[in-house]
Ligand binder design. Sequence first.
Ligand code: AMP
Length: 261
Amino acid sequence: MSGKQQLRILVPVKRVVDYQIKPRVNKALTGIETNGIKFSINPFDDIAVEEAIRIKEKNKNLVESTHAVSIGPTKAQDILRNCLAKGIDTCSLIDSMDKENIEPLAIAKILKVVVEKRGSNLVLMGKQAIDDDCNNTGQMLAGLLNWPQATNAAKVEFLDNGRVQVTREIDDGEEVIEAPLPMVITTDLRLNTPRYVGLPKLMKAKKKPIEKLDIIKDFPGINIEPQLNTISIEEPKTKPPGVKLNSVDELIEKLKEAKVI
Ligand code: AMP
């Protein structure tokens, strides 16, 4: 393993409305209805967790630590426990103190402080959170840290010369890039399939400590107030139902009626 640096991996994970739930706009038309709704780890973050654990399992001497961090409500403990049950070593909850809609720049600034405090040299995170679909935080964090970034990763390999090779999903196919540590990598869907974690491991993880931090007291000087105002939010327009046709002639007739041909 000459040339390879010991990895201190940080995995930021966000608690979001479960991907199987169809989101509904709330009655006040100010956001998504969250009462009684199932929340889970952001799916791309689950892939990042899986990748961190696989790197650790494959290269026992390469990984010094794996740490998960979530900025969110107290309930975000659940997704952190899940990370511990799967094999992440330690974790922290940065309590958002009921502040909602903390934007990517503020999250990136908080994560930068976490990276610096922990001496992390690899951040593995989701390419986007499925609630805001911003796809901003990883890029902003890399910018703030002045680290190289590899977004939309489909494959991550550690080379003998200490560099990291990442295969990225791009519109035309795949792109392979390489950079030295420290770096930020954001995950895409094809990177891996996250493992399922059973009840015994979850029960065991309940006994593990979760470091608790306060977004205001422990991160002074970071403005977490939203910089964007939501003007309105509405359900997507429902499409009129389609019609089933029995022949090509009928299709041509309909297209003529619609003045398409
Ligand atoms: P976004 O830029 O909001 O689409 O989020 C991209 C990634 O940033 C997510 O997949 C997470 O890895 C990370 N992230 C965003 N918000 C949070 C949060 N509140 N706590 C921890 N990680 C977060």
